[in-house]
Structure formats: structure tokens, C-alpha cells
Design a protein around this ligand. Structure first.
Ligand code: FAD
Ligand code: FES
Ligand code: FES
Length: 1231
């Protein structure tokens, strides 16, 4: 066998190739620091997105194929390109979303189906979803099951859609009849009907053709799906439009690789074990790499600098998977997906007692893990394999895991518990055991005392009670233990053991050694969770006005989004000579800046400039209403993450490296870190108190009319917006700085224009901001994007060079602020029937360190939040249901809810450890901005001589379908097809009134449960402004139109042009009848209200806090919807976002409640630590209905704008939690 010293393999090893979408690419040396994602985006394949950079969102998913010489076939799998080192793909074929299909030549069935099913809103997550399903289909010989499809999407996050339409779009590929994909139908359809991929049902769409936006005839689905063949090379199915596995890679011999990267990084790919050991000897600190999901995170997020990386994926000795007589040998470089396949196979092949359960972590845990990130490996040693012995008869092994989210990567606590029982006399006695926990110590913790206790004991209740007591001595977590949730984590350790005991006892039922039977109701503790495929219904009527309004049209950008062709700010190619910016951030919550040393940054490679407060050309003070923030902190910092300055360099990585080298010396000052601390310190932003008064509340409390008065306090937690596309701005100057232009990801281009002109001292007329679309905003890009553009503008203006700043996800979450948290303190008086007579409510809004838009947020919140909490309290007080209290106060009667409640009571009576609950919440949401000036909208409409129409308006397309709805208004106004109307972008040089809001529906429903500032009137306002412009043009056209009988709109437009009629118009709209006076509390705060209700049924595991939503029914009155399909999508997305807010998402800051986090820092700054809902959180049954037959005369075309597991567990106090909580313990269940 060779070694590095005497073999030539490594010497001739920098010939690296990679195929991307069928094209051969030679990878030059020097790129070892690059990820696959960076490389793909560098070569112009920007369809693959960067959402998080930590493997947690799936936006960067691509398919990788490689030829397995042993299996003699090609293997395909989905890979997160953001963590895959570029060279690890050497010799492989990467297919990105651009490799599937495109808008010009036709979409792939997967892309088509997603677009047609309204599964793409903002579109930023879309390519990732498509590639996950594509990889699944290419690697499956048979159509996968619906469960498999949902499972393969568990790593893809979407913040917009609520997942239901995505599941529906892909469900068709699970059908037994997979004709759309394979062309081979197992069901013969009468008359040769075509199966539509969007529905899986026969349809006639294959017979039609349609006109595309560029006027060309476009083929429809049958033509796009039909051609199918079967690959002899790799054994997978593909249509003729798909790339085959490159023949060169089948015959190509792997070579050792010896590559280099930035900053002296060395990257090796040995082919034999000896070579690995030689390299380890030569470079003792070298890191071995397999999937890079750990090392990649360490290097990118934790900023650990490794100099030498050794990829061991091609070392056969580490890739073994040997099924032996006594167990399974698993090589240390085996992929988990491969292992899973083998495990699934051996479970069916071997005797049941040998595979009672499996958990690879547990087997090695006891002796291998020595301390925090320390394992029992000496220098120069590597892990060869793990041996997993088969379980013996009466040996039982189970794994347990409780995470924030069911499919979560990181467990809060996990456990592997094993016992071997022997027959002794009439009893089953424990002869051997292992009990190992993760998440309760710096290393995998072996409960040795409990193990010692168990051995020799009979398996009975006495053993259980004794073990539960001793376990508490094994698991010692101090109150300040990192991770918090101490009581919860301790209670999980005993809950898991209890579940294990019940499970083993259940396995033993019928065995003569077991005396006690488990009560039937207790089996609820061990029932395995089964998630059925999601079923959703959408019930709405279509009321069409003209050619397009009212029709459930597909989002106008959907086809571009599914093919990865839709461009977002960061996809904009950086103009020639461009630079990348990185922000220098405060690490202190409150401090005086003593000194700044930027000498290290200036020497950093690629450095091009550094800028601080003193360099700002004009005013350093910024803010949307009050100028209380500094662009670059000058003397003091007032929060962690505050911007001190900006560094520009020739790449993003180099800019970040230089920024990290800036040394700042601070003098710490006292900091207020929580809302309660702020209230205690009387620390309020000036002039921000608001008041509503109706009647005399004090008099009512004193008058004895109230039978009962209760007081309470409720904490409403904040929420990260978690738009999938991070903040990004590209900015450049023209004419030597006389003009500044930018492309920004923002909901408010006008604010970017204003901030930039303000800090540069330029007139607003010389600053232009354009936004084509954004990858989600949800209010988070309303103002909090503008300071990033302003920061980029300073170096761009001073250096006269283009500058791009795109925030990394952790920086984005840390510095841009979130939805506010609130404290509500209430006193409510009511009668014994539940009639509310008096309410005194104080709401405090955590506005953070600058005012920003917190005042309108507070004003909005005063209309909407806290109510459900005190209604619930009244219900508890009067021993009635909340629905009864609402019925008395709001005249709502919900028979459905009462029936569901009865069913739930039955279930609960029969299940000791699982409980169900139902709730029905009504909503009433005011439509308009509370800030009156923002209730205005402008639009420009141009009619061209070919009959097509260009519309520009002040709203931003962020996935909510605003452009689609507004285009529908224009199409109906001119009586032309929707495809004749185009909306390109939003731009400040076209219109000045660019106030942007969420979609009518989306904000409305998010408000059902969320505190959120933006009003919900976009399509009302911009639709009305566009209609105004269209009506003007139509009036001018009328004299010509009435003289001739034109056969087309193009003919009419051309005739008008010839007659010198102005075919452009500016439309304008102001929302009437809003005149609320905050000083008197009188007037109309809103134009009108929309109404709705949501019903949900939830099941919880009382032992762990695990939960799932079984049913959600949503009912909303939207008047006549402009586009019911888009509105339904908004409602579903909003519901799931709200579900995340109340049940999953928890921001953790370094405050008095989280002492283990550095003061003022955000701990939850990525999808790894901050959990938004995934596909597995969608209700099993998810139904949305829009009220039928109720037009809204106040809006355009009669439309209407439309507890974490810990907390659940700790609210279920029982014998397992009793020993961990003090007598005064109160569960934190409020939201
Ligand atoms: C999005 C995401 C989800 C995750 N989900 C889970 C989850 O559900 N459960 C879970 O447990 N973890 C999870 N993790 C963590 C991660 O998967 C684990 O840390 C895993 O062990 C990493 O394997 P890898 O091959 O990708 O790691 P790499 O980064 O390639 O290597 C991990 C470490 O092992 C060392 N190493 C590799 N091979 C050898 C060897 N032969 N001998 C000695 N040392 C070696 C490396 O040097 C490195 O220190 C997740 C991570 C991410 C990013
Ligand atoms: S998983 Fe790669 S960008 Fe999020
Ligand atoms: S469409 Fe999924 S994140 Fe916007």
C-alpha cells in the first residue's frame, strides 16, 4: 500500500473537474475555501439561493449525482450547497434548478406543478423545494409515497405559503398513475385523457395552447410532460429535457486531490486509509471531513480557522457497511441515508429480537465521549467504524428525542435506554442496562447510578419508582446551565424513562414474568406518532369582473420563480469594479466607545476602504419618523449589533474578514435588557403614550355592577420575521457621484431613497431606488432595510464604486430588530354570566433602542392584542368555555366548536398521557394605516401600440401577489387578457408615494394572532390608483373607440396613437374617511374592518410537551376577492406563521431570563436555534373558506383587504415535574 511519502498520487492531483447541468467545468486550484453555493452563484447560476448558510433552510438545495463503482450505478441525492465544499463534488454531476427547465423552453413537470398550484409566493424558497423533490424522484425507481414526499421536504423552509399548496403540488408525483412524469400510465384513461400534474386528475389542459407574456404561443402541459425515456446508464427515469449522468464520469478514475484555498488553506482528498494516516501524521491538527455539516458551521459561523482539511469520503475502508453475524459494522464515513437504507433492510431480514430498535449514537456514547467536544481519540487516531451488536432476546432498546420542532436537528433532550432482562424464578430481572442522555450535560451523560440500581431488580412498579428517584441524582443541571429550560429538561429525563418502562412492559405483556398489566389509557404514553399526509380544502366562489378580476390567476412571477430565473437583489451582478461591504458591529449592549483600531483591517487581503461616523458626508442621524438613530455609532453604542462602520473589499468573505479585525475598546455602561427592566426604570421613548377611553371605567369598577373583577398580566413574545431572503442592497454612483442608484430588497424603496439622500446630502431627485421583488418581508423590510442601503451608500459615494451589502443570516437577525414583544396588564370586571362591563388595559411595547415604527405598532396593537387572554381568564373563573364568553359578549355561536369539544372530552377521558384541546378565535381587523399620510397610493399606466400595458405602482411585490392582483385590475379595466399587462418593478423615479404594505389578507390574518405594524390595504390602494389611471386613458380613447369597430385592443391603441391621444396616465388614490384623533380617542381609525374566525384542534403529549395540530378551519370574509387563490395562499401562510409565533418561535436574548447568554446578544440567530414551522407542523387537516356572496362596497371591485414544548410540558404538572418545580411555580403559557 502506498503512502504519501513514496507514492505519486497526491503529486498529480490538482486536475479537478465537475459537471454542472451537463457542462464540464475544470476547477482551478485555489478555491478550497469556496462552498458549492458560492461557486454556482459566481458562475451565474443564481437560482440556487443563500437563505441561511448553515444547512437549516434548504434554499440552496441542489442535486448531486455520482457513479458508485461497486454498485455500478449512479446515486442521486439532495445536498445543501451552502455547506458542501466545492472540491468535495469533484468528479460528480451537480444539477441546479436551472438544469430542469425554464420559462422559454418549457418547465419541468415539478416546476410546472408548483407554479400551477400556487406553491410559490415570494419564490425565494422555491428552487430548494423543487430540487429536493427532483432528487427524490430521480433516486426512486417507483413513484414515492405521499409521506416520502413530505419527509423529503422537511429540511426546506418556507415562510410564505404555509406549505399546503407545496404539498399539493408535489402530491401528484406520488400517484400510482405517474404518467405525467414517466409517460407510462398504469391507469388507462377513457378517451386517452391527459392527467394534469397540478391535480393528478384527468384534464383537458393538454389540448390548449396559451399566449405567453412575450406574445408567443406556448405549449401546455401535455407537450411539456410527455417525452420520457429510461436511462440505461444510471437506472433512473428522466424526460428528454433532463441531463443524463455524464458518461465521462462513469469511466473516470478517482484521483487523490491536493488543493489550496484562501489564506493558506490546504484541502486533501486521499483514496486510501494509509494516506489519511500519513496526512494526519504530517498535519496533526488537520480536520477530517465527511459531510462538512459540523466543520462547515465551525468555520463559517463560529469563525474557527482550520488550516488543513482532509476529505475522507473516497476512502473505502471508512465507507464499509458490513452486516455480520453478531452485528452491524458501520464505517465512519458512511452517509446517514445509506445507513438508513441498510437498517431498513436488515430489520426485515433479521429476527425481530435482534433489531428491537437502533440508535447509533447511544451505542458509542458511554465511553467514547469524554467532555464537551472531546472524544476518546488520540492525536493521529481516527475513527474507523462503529460496531452495532444485534440485540438479544429480551434485550430492549429505545431512543427518545424532544426538540423545539418535531423534525428538528437539535434535540432539547434525547436519550437512548437499553435493558436486558433475564428470567429469574417467576420474575424478569434486569441483567444489564445503559441509560444515556444528551442535552443535560456538556457530554452524553450516562446515568450510572440508575443503571446500578436497576441491575438485579425485577421489572415492576417498584423498580420504576426507585429508578425515577435515583435518576434525579444522576441528572444534575444547575439553574444557570447553558440552554436554560432547566426544569423542563430535567422532567424530560424522567418522562423518557417512564415511557421506556411502559414500552418494555407493553412488549412483555403476556410474559409470565410480568405481573402488572398497563391500564389501557396509559398506552397513550407510548403510541408512536404517525403523521398522515396533509389534507387541505379551499372553499371560495369565483366572482369575475371583466377578463381577470376575481379569477384565481397564478402569481405572475411563478414561472420565473420555479425555474430560478426570478432575480432578487443579491442576484444582481455587481457592476464592474464593484466592492462588497461588511458591517462593523457593536458587541456591547450599552457602552462608551473609547477607541477604534482599524490597522488590522487595513492590512487584510482585498481591503478597499473603511468608513466610520466621521466619514458620513452629511447627516449621521437617521430614522423613519424621529431621527434618533445613528447610521454609524459615534460616541456610544446602545445595543449589541449596532453598526459602527463599514469595510469594503473585493469579495464578501474578505470584507467580513477585515471587519472582524477591527478592534474596539469600550467602557461598559448600565444596560436595560428586557421590557420589564425598562418599565421598572421608567425608560420610555419620549411622547409615545397613547390612550383610548370609552365611558368611565373606574366608576364601573366602583359601582358594584360587576360580579367579579380579575387582574392579570400577559407577556406577548416577539417574533423574527424570518423572510427567506436576507437584507441586500446594491448601490452605485453615476456621473462622478452626481446621481446614486440602488437595487434593494425592501418593502419601502422610498425610505431607501430618503435615508441615502439624507446621509449623503444629495437631493432626493438624484437618488433612485428600484425593487423588482423581494424574498419575503412581513414588515421586517419596511424600515429596517434602509440603514443597510445607507451604510452601503457611504463607501460607494466616497469611492465612486459600486458596493453590495448582503447580510449573512445571523447578522441579519441580530441587527435588524424583530416584531415587538409586549406586556399587557389588565383589570376586567364582568357579570356572573360572563358579560364584560369594564376593562382597564395597559399595553407596553418593547421598542428596543430606537423608536423606528414602534409607535404605529403600538397604536395598532391597542386595537388588537391581549383580548384573548383575558377572555380565557374569565372563562376559567366562571368555569365556562371561552366560546360561551364570546357568545355572550359578541353574539357568536359556534355549534361546530361545541361538538368538537365533546369529542375531545371523550378522547381525553380514555388517554391518560395524551390530551386534545379545541379553540375558536374570532378576529376583526381594521384596514388602513394608523398613520394617515401613509394611506395614499400612486400608479402609472402606459398603453402601447401593440395593445400591451405597462403598469408601475408604489407597492412592492414580496410574494403576496400584489402585482398579480393589480395587473388583474388593469386587465379587466381595458378588457384585455391578463397576459397583456406587465409590471416590471417598483421604482422611486416613477412614483413618489411608495408606501408598501403586506397583502390585505396576509396581514389581516397574521393579525388574528400577531402584533404587526403594517396596514393591509395594498391591493385596495394600488388597485384603485391603477383603476384611476386606466379610467383616464379609457376616457381619452372613448371618442376613437366609439367611431370604429376595432377588432382588438391593439388596433384601438394604435388608432389612438395615430390620433395623438396621450396613452399614459398617472392614477392616484387616497383612502377616504380615516380621521382618528389620538388625543380625544375619537374618529375612524380604519376605512373598514374584515372579519373572520379560526378553529383548531391540537393534541399534546403531556409527558414531553410534544404537540401537533390535528385540524385548523379558517373562515374569512374578504368580500369579492380580487384573486381568491392568492388570498387563500396568504391566509394559509399567515396561519402557519402565527402558529410558529405561539407555539415554536422563541427569541432568546441575553437578558435576566437568559443569564447564560452574553448580555444583549441574540442567541437565536439562525434556523438552527430559531425554529420556524416546517412542513411537519402543518395541520393534518387544513381548511380555508372565504365567505360567499358578500361584496364589500368600500373597497375596489368590492374586495376586502383582507407554546413551545417546554411551556406545554411545564403546564402539565404531574408527579414527574413535581420534584423539579417550587410550590409557587407558574407555567409560562401566555403568548
Ligand atoms: C442542518 C443540520 C442538521 C443537523 N441535524 C442533526 C441531527 O438531526 N442529529 C444530529 O445528531 N446531528 C445533526 N446535525 C449535526 C451534524 O450532522 C453532525 O455533527 C454530524 O456528525 C456531522 O457529520 P458530517 O460528516 O457532516 O460532519 P463533518 O463536518 O464532515 O465532520 C464532523 C466531525 O467529525 C470528524 N470526523 C469525521 N470523520 C472522522 C473520523 N473518521 N475519525 C475521527 N473524526 C472524524 C471531523 O473532523 C469533524 O470534527 C445537523 C447539522 C446541520 C447543519
Ligand atoms: S440550507 Fe443552505 S442556505 Fe439555508
Ligand atoms: S414562497 Fe416560500 S419563502 Fe416565500
Amino acid at each position: 500500500m502506498g503512502s504519501l511519502k513514496d507514492q505519486e498520487e497526491l503529486e498529480e492531483s490538482n486536475d479537478a473537474i465537475l459537471y454542472v447541468n451537463g457542462t464540464r467545468r475544470v476547477l482551478p486550484d485555489g478555491l478550497a475555501h469556496l462552498t458549492l453555493l458560492e461557486y454556482l452563484r459566481d458562475i451565474g447560476l443564481t437560482g440556487t439561493k443563500l437563505g441561511c448558510g448553515e444547512g437549516g433552510c434548504g434554499a440552496c438545495t441542489v442535486m448531486v449525482s455520482h457513479y458508485d463503482k461497486q454498485l455500478k450505478k449512479c446515486l442521486h441525492y439532495a445536498v445543501n450547497a451552502c455547506l458542501a465544499p466545492l472540491y468535495s463534488l469533484e468528479g460528480m454531476h451537480v444539477i441546479t434548478v436551472e438544469g430542469l427547465g425554464n420559462n422559454k423552453q418549457g418547465l419541468h413537470p415539478i416546476q410546472e406543478s408548483l407554479a400551477q398550484s400556487h406553491g410559490s409566493q415570494c419564490g425565494f424558497c422555491t428552487p430548494g423545494f423543487i430540487m429536493s423533490v427532483y432528487a427524490l424522484l430521480r433516486s426512486s425507481q417507483m413513484p414515492p409515497s405521499e409521506e416520502q414526499i413530505e419527509e423529503c421536504l422537511a429540511g426546506n423552509l418556507c415562510r410564505c405559503t404555509g406549505y399546503r399548496p407545496i404539498v399539493d403540488a408535489f402530491r401528484v408525483f406520488a400517484k400510482t398513475d405517474d404518467k405525467p412524469y414517466t409517460g407510462i400510465s398504469s391507469v388507462s384513461l377513457e378517451g386517452g385523457e391527459f392527467v394534469c400534474p397540478s391535480t393528478g386528475k384527468p384534464c383537458s389542459c393538454g389540448l390548449k395552447s396559451e399566449i405567453s407574456s412575450n406574445g408567443h404561443e406556448r405549449s401546455t402541459c401535455e407537450e411539456r410532460y410527455a417525452p420520457v425515456s429510461y436511462s440505461e446508464i444510471d437506472g433512473s427515469k428522466y424526460t428528454d429535457k433532463e441531463f443524463i449522468f455524464p458518461p465521462e464520469l462513469v469511466s473516470r478514475k478517482s484521483t487523490c486531490l491536493n488543493m489550496n484555498g484562501f489564506s493558506g488553506l490546504k484541502w486533501f482528498r486521499p483514496l486510501r486509509l494509509e494516506q489519511v494516516l500519513d496526512l494526519k501524521e504530517k498535519y496533526p491538527d488537520a480536520k477530517l471531513l465527511v459531510g462538512n455539516t459540523e466543520v462547515g458551521i465551525e468555520m463559517r459561523l463560529k469563525k474557527i480557522q482550520y488550516r488543513v482539511l482532509i476529505s475522507v469520503t473516497h476512502v473505502p475502508e471508512l465507507g464499509i457497511l458490513n452486516v455480520k453475524d453478531d452485528g452491524l459494522e458501520i464505517g465512519s464515513a458512511v452517509r446517514l441515508s445509506e445507513l438508513l437504507k441498510v437498517l431498513r433492510k436488515v430489520i426485515t431480514e433479521r429476527a425481530a429480537h435482534e433489531t428491537s430498535s437502533w440508535n447509533i449514537r447511544t451505542t458509542a456514547a458511554e465511553n467514547f465521549f469524554l467532555g464537551y467536544r472531546k472524544v476518546d481519540l488520540g492525536s493521529g487516531e481516527i475513527l474507523l467504524s462503529v460496531f452495532l451488536p444485534w440485540t438479544r432476546p429480551f434485550e430492549y432498546l429505545r431512543e427518545f428525542k424532544q426538540a423545539h420542532r418535531r423534525d428538528d436537528d437539535i434535540a432539547i433532550v434525547n436519550a437512548g435506554i437499553r435493558v436486558h432482562l433475564e428470567e429469574r424464578g417467576k420474575n424478569r430481572v434486569v441483567s444489564d442496562a445503559s441509560i444515556v442522555y444528551g442535552g443535560v450535560a456538556p457530554l452524553s451523560l450516562s446515568a450510572t447510578r440508575t443503571k446500578g440500581f436497576l441491575i438485579g431488580k425485577s421489572w415492576n412498579q417498584e423498580l420504576l419508582q426507585g429508578a425515577l428517584k435515583i435518576l434525579q441524582q444522576d441528572v444534575l443541571l444547575s439553574d444557570s446551565a447553558p440552554g436554560g429550560m432547566v426544569e423542563f429538561r430535567k422532567s424530560l429525563t424522567v418522562s423518557f424513562f417512564f415511557k421506556f418502562f411502559l414500552w418494555v412492559s407493553h412488549q412483555l405483556e403476556g410474559d409470565k414474568g410480568l405481573k402488572e398489566r398497563i391500564p389501557l389509557s396509559h398506552l397513550s404514553a407510548i403510541q408512536p406518532f404517525h403523521r398522515p399526509p396533509v389534507i387541505g380544502t379551499q372553499d371560495y366562489e369565483i366572482t369575475k369582473h371583466g377578463t381577470a378580476v376575481g379569477s384565481p390567476e397564478v402569481h405572475l412571477s411563478a414561472r420565473l420563480q420555479v425555474s430560478g430565473e426570478a432575480e432578487y437583489a443579491d442576484d444582481t451582478p455587481l457592476p464592474h469594479n464593484g466592492l462588497h461591504g461588511a458591517l462593523i458591529l457593536s458587541k456591547k449592549p450599552h457602552a462608551r466607545i473609547l477607541s477604534v483600531d482599524d490597522s488590522g483591517a487595513k492590512l487584510s487581503p482585498g481591503f478597499a476602504g473603511i468608513f466610520f461616523a466621521k466619514d458620513v458626508p452629511a447627516d449621521n442621524k437617521i430614522g423613519p419618523v424621529v431621527y434618533d438613530e445613528e447610521l454609524f455609532a459615534s460616541e456610544f453604542v446602545t445595543c449589541v449589533g449596532q453598526v459602527l462602520g463599514v469595510v469594503v473589499a473585493d469579495t464578501h468573505e474578505k470584507a467580513k474578514l477585515a471587519a472582524a479585525k477591527v478592534k474596539v475598546e469600550y467602557k461598559d455602561l448600565p444596560a436595560i435588557l428586557s421590557i420589564q427592566d425598562a418599565i421598572n426604570a421608567n425608560s420610555f421613548h419620549p411622547n409615545t403614550e397613547r390612550r383610548f377611553r370609552k365611558g368611565d371605567v373606574d366608576l364601573c369598577f366602583q359601582s358594584c355592577q360587576c360580579d367579579k373583577v380579575i387582574e392579570g398580566e400577559v407577556l406577548v413574545g416577539g417574533q423574527e420575521h424570518f423572510y427567506l431572503e436576507p437584507h441586500s442592497s446594491v448601490i452605485w454612483t453615476m456621473d462622478g457621484g452626481n446621481e446614486v442608484h440602488m437595487i434593494s430588497s425592501t418593502q419601502a424603496p422610498q425610505k431607501h431613497q430618503k435615508y441615502v439622500s439624507h446621509v449623503l446630502g444629495l437631493p432626493m431627485s438624484k437618488v433612485v431606488c428600484k425593487t423588482k421583488r423581494i424574498g419575503g418581508g412581513f414588515g421586517g423590510k419596511e424600515t429596517r432595510s434602509a440603514f443597510i442601503a445607507a451604510a452601503a451608500s457611504v463607501p460607494s459615494y466616497l469611492l465612486n464604486r459600486p458596493v453590495k451589502i448582503t447580510l449573512d443570516r445571523d447578522t441579519d437577525m441580530m441587527i435588524t430588530g424583530q416584531r415587538h414583544s409586549f406586556i399587557g396588564k389588565y383589570k376586567v370586571g364582568f357579570t356572573n354570566e360572563g358579560k364584560v362591563l369594564a376593562l382597564d388595559l395597559h399595553i407596553y411595547n418593547n421598542a428596543g433602542n430606537s423608536l423606528d415604527l414602534s409607535l404605529p405598532v403600538l397604536e395598532r396593537a391597542m386595537h388588537d392584542i391581549i383580548t384573548e387572554n383575558w377572555i380565557q381568564r374569565i372563562a376559567v373563573e366562571l368555569k365556562k368555555s371561552p366560546e360561551e364568553i364570546r357568545e355572550i359578549n359578541f353574539k357568536v355561536k359556534d355549534q361546530y366548536c361545541i361538538m368538537a369539544r365533546n369529542e375531545v372530552c371523550q378522547f381525553n377521558a380514555h388517554n391518560r398521557w395524551r390530551k386534545r384541546g379545541v379553540a375558536m378565535v374570532p378576529t376583526k381587523f381594521g384596514i388602513s394605516f394608523t398613520l394617515k399620510l401613509m394611506n395614499q397610493a400612486g400608479a402609472l399606466v402606459h398603453v402601447y401600440t401593440d395593445g400591451t400595458v405597462l403598469v408601475t405602482h408604489g407597492g412592492v411585490e414580496m410574494g403576496q401577489g400584489l402585482h398579480t392582483k393589480v395587473a388583474q385590475v388593469a386587465a379587466s379595466a381595458f378588457n384585455i387578457p391578463l397576459s397583456s399587462v406587465f409590471i416590471s418593478e417598483t421604482s422611486t423615479d416613477k412614483l413618489i408615494s411608495l408606501c408598501n404594505f403586506l397583502s390585505p389578507v396576509c396581514c389581516q390574518f397574521r393579525f388574528l394572532i400577531l402584533p404587526q405594524p403594517a396596514a393591509s390595504a395594498s391591493s385596495d390602494m394600488y388597485g384603485a390608483a391603477v383603476l384611476d389611471a386606466c379610467e383616464q386613458i379609457k376616457a381619452r380613447m372613448e371618442p376613437i373607440a366609439s367611431q370604429h369597430n376595432f377588432t382588438s385592443f391593439a388596433e384601438l391603441a394604435n388608432a389612438c396613437y395615430v390620433a395623438r391621444i396621450d396613452l399614459s396616465a398617472h392614477g392616484f388614490y387616497i383612502v377616504p374617511e380615516i380621521d382618528f384623533d389620538w388625543t380625544t380617542g375619537k374618529g375612524n381609525p380604519f376605512r373598514y374592518y374584515t372579519y373572520g374566525a379560526a378553529f383548531a384542534e391540537v393534541e399534546i403529549d403531556t409527558l414531553t410537551g410534544d404537540f401537533h395540530t390535528r385540524v385548523a378551519n379558517i373562515f374569512l370574509d374578504l368580500g369579492y376577492s380580487l384573486n381568491p387563490a392568492i388570498d387563500v395562499g396568504q391566509i394559509e401562510g399567515a396561519f402557519i406563521q402565527g402558529l410558529g409565533w405561539v407555539a415554536l418561535e422563541e427569541l432568546k436574548w441575553g437578558d435576566p431570563a437568559h443569564k447564560w447568554i452574553s448580555p444583549g446578544s441574540l442567541y437565536t440567530c439562525g434556523p438552527g436555534s430559531y425554529k420556524i414551522p416546517s412542513i411537519n407542523d402543518v395541520p393534518f387537516k387544513f381548511n380555508v373558506s372565504l365567505l360567499k356572496g358578500h361584496p364589500n362596497v368600500k373597497a375596489i371591485h368590492s374586495s376586502k383587504a383582507v407554546a413551545t414544548p417546554e411551556r406545554i410540558r411545564m403546564a402539565c404538572l404531574d408527579e414527574f415535574t413535581a420534584s423539579f418545580v417550587s410550590s409557587g411555580f407558574r407555567a409560562k403559557l401566555s403568548v
